[in-house]
Unconditional design. Structure first.
Lengths: 411, 158
């Protein structure tokens, strides 16, 4: 395979990443086969995206277009969005509600499982034409995915031998997803962002706790990190899924320490004129103000203060990535709590005051390494381990990504 | 308010607003809003569904000032500017003291290297009123983008 023509990436090395990994069309093709259409579970949509029978959303496994549809109260199906006949899309909108999936080209009709149910003019017209009597669709139909849900997040995989979703994610990740999904949720916005860089650069970025306060200086500029903060990384053994978190140690607002801090801060020019932007409430009862769960290969679920958003990350060629954002609130939000959530949505997303830089930093790398395919990048903060740590000055979670990646890719 | 002068006033407000952004006079941009205002950037799909979240969301003028300050001193992005092309405002029935209008826009993004992109098109859905000095200001400006996609990032307001 052409990948071997590149400079070697020594087996097991996770502290160096060769730049050709972000540049090679061969690598891209291998990722599609081994990861996205391989044995990884890919996040497809939320159960609340498709609440009723016949509701569907279009999603993808990497390049493969996929339909996710609710069959009944407890069953969600997913299959390749491709007619067996001439290959046309069976659904060509973001979503909707249907009785079945009928290809617009020649009216071949499929049920919610992706089974071919009927062929227009199968027996011809007035005894002429039609399909041969012995026509059998066999294995040529749209490929069917296995689907499983955790906390209302629907995942799919083509692999019959993939472990159950719960096992794929691990109990710790599942419990941290469940921590946020404490009550029925509702969608409060959907946005899409196109990043001019390889998908892996974005997935590394979602795990990179080291850059957080260095690239993103909104909080420090406006002196919003007054209280002592603790935080760390949760990295499972496979490295595939990681969590970056931070929490404010509760300091009573009447304490002398707090007040003296505030006095000092008040003398600075750089204060928010309207600090209601960062007013928040501890809705999870644990003081955790940031929890970013990054799931291999392409999903991130983040709580930043009272903003809650899930991102579905889709590679679109070696130097383009699509990010589908769904902003969430709780159904039982009071008007006041919802208002706080809406105001805080300023902090995240494509225009996020805290993190807009993530929209372009991958592109700066992609451009920076343009002529450096034979060079490596360095991922050595915190040593070479892939482990849970109580510091965010570590790149253990990025090494975790590469550990899982190399395993799926057989590299 | 004299209804007969509405259109000219509304056009003037819209063009002043666009110029403050296009001429990089962002510090004057919040002045086009009432003190308690709503500024929200969303997409046509979100708007139609009644989804309330915004790419930007401010319910006070001070929040707009904070965003400008953040853009100037905290946020990192490649140098670029916008060119707004505005349609003629369609002024509709006023309710209470407010005037309502919708105005189409095209925003072309000019990158540092001169690359031009149609960055956003859509409509401004506005409510306006006179401030204490009699000047027309936005009490509400919902930026409803036709494009559901943001290319890279959205730093400068639309």
């Amino acid at each position: 395979m052409a990948i071997e023509a590149h400079n070697a990436w020594s087996a097991g090395v996770l502290t160096r990443v060769p730049n050709w990994i972000y540049q090679s069309p061969d690598v891209y093709a291998a990722e599609q086969k081994n990861i996205f259409q391989g044995s990884a579970w890919t996040f497809l949509c939320l159960e609340i995206d498709i609440p009723n029978r016949g509701d569907y959303r279009t999603a993808s496994l990497g390049d493969m277009p996929v339909i996710v549809v609710r069959e009944d109260e407890t069953t969600i199906r997913a299959f390749e969005n491709r007619c067996a006949h001439r290959g046309a899309l069976l659904a060509f909108d973001d979503g909707g509600t249907v009785e079945d999936f009928t290809c617009v080209y020649h009216n071949w009709r499929y049920d919610f499982c992706g089974n071919l149910k009927s062929i227009a003019f199968r027996n011809g017209i007035q005894g002429k034409g039609g399909m041969p009597k012995d026509f059998d669709i066999g294995e040529r139909g749209p490929r069917k995915l296995r689907t499983e849900s955790i906390c209302g997040f629907v995942f799919g995989t083509l692999a019959k031998d993939a472990p159950p979703l719960r096992e794929f994610l691990g109990e710790e990740i599942v419990s941290l997803i469940a921590r946020v999904c404490r009550a029925p949720m509702e969608i409060i916005g959907r946005f899409k962002q196109t990043l001019p860089n390889n998908w892996k650069l974005f997935m590394e970025n979602t795990r990179d706790s080291y850059h957080a306060s260095l690239l993103h200086v909104f909080f420090t500029t406006f002196r919003l990190n007054r209280l002592s903060q603790r935080g760390g990384l949760v990295v499972g053994e496979s490295g595939a899924h990681t969590v970056s978190w931070s929490a404010l140690d509760k300091v009573p607002s009447t304490s002398a320490e707090y007040n003296s801090e505030q006095l000092r801060a008040d003398k600075k020019d750089f204060l928010l004129k309207d600090p209601s932007l960062i007013e928040s409430f501890d809705e999870f009862g644990d003081g955790v103000t940031l929890q970013v769960i990054s799931m291999f290969p392409g999903c991130a679920f983040a709580q930043v203060q009272n903003t809650i958003a899930v991102r579905r990350i889709v590679p679109k060629g070696i130097d383009q990535t699509e990010v589908y954002w769904t902003y969430l609130g709780f159904k039982d939000d009071t008007r006041e709590r919802r208002r706080i959530r809406l105001k805080q949505s300023n902090l995240i997303g494509p225009a996020g005051l805290v993190s807009m830089e993530d929209g372009i930093i991958g592109n700066f790398v992609q451009r920076g390494i343009a002529a450096a395919g034979a060079f490596d990048t360095i991922v050595e903060m915190g040593g070479d381990a892939v482990e849970t740590t109580d510091t965010r000055a570590s790149e253990a979670s990025i090494r975790g990504f590469w550990k899982a990646y190399r395993q799926y890719m057989g590299m | 308010m004299q209804r007969s002068i509405d259109l000219a006033e509304v056009v003037k407000l819209n063009h002043g607003y666009a110029r403050s952004i296009d001429e990089d006079a962002l510090e004057t941009w919040p002045d086009f809003f009432a003190e308690d205002c709503l500024y929200r950037i969303t997409t046509a799909d979100n708007y139609a569904r009644g989804y309330e979240a915004g790419l930007m969301y401010a319910d006070t003028r001070a929040m707009l000032e904070d965003r400008v300050k953040s853009l100037r001193i905290a946020n990192v992005y490649e140098r670029h500017r916008y060119r707004h092309i505005l349609g003629m405002p369609a002024v509709s029935e006023a309710s209470g003291a407010d005037i309502c209008s919708e105005t189409s826009f095209v925003v072309i993004r000019i990158m540092r290297d001169g690359t031009l992109t149609v960055f956003a098109t859509g409509k401004y859905v506005d409510r306006m009123r006179q401030d204490e000095s009699g000047r027309l200001v936005f009490s509400e400006r919902i930026v409803v983008c036709d494009n559901s996609n943001v290319d890279a990032l959205l730093a400068i307001p639309l």
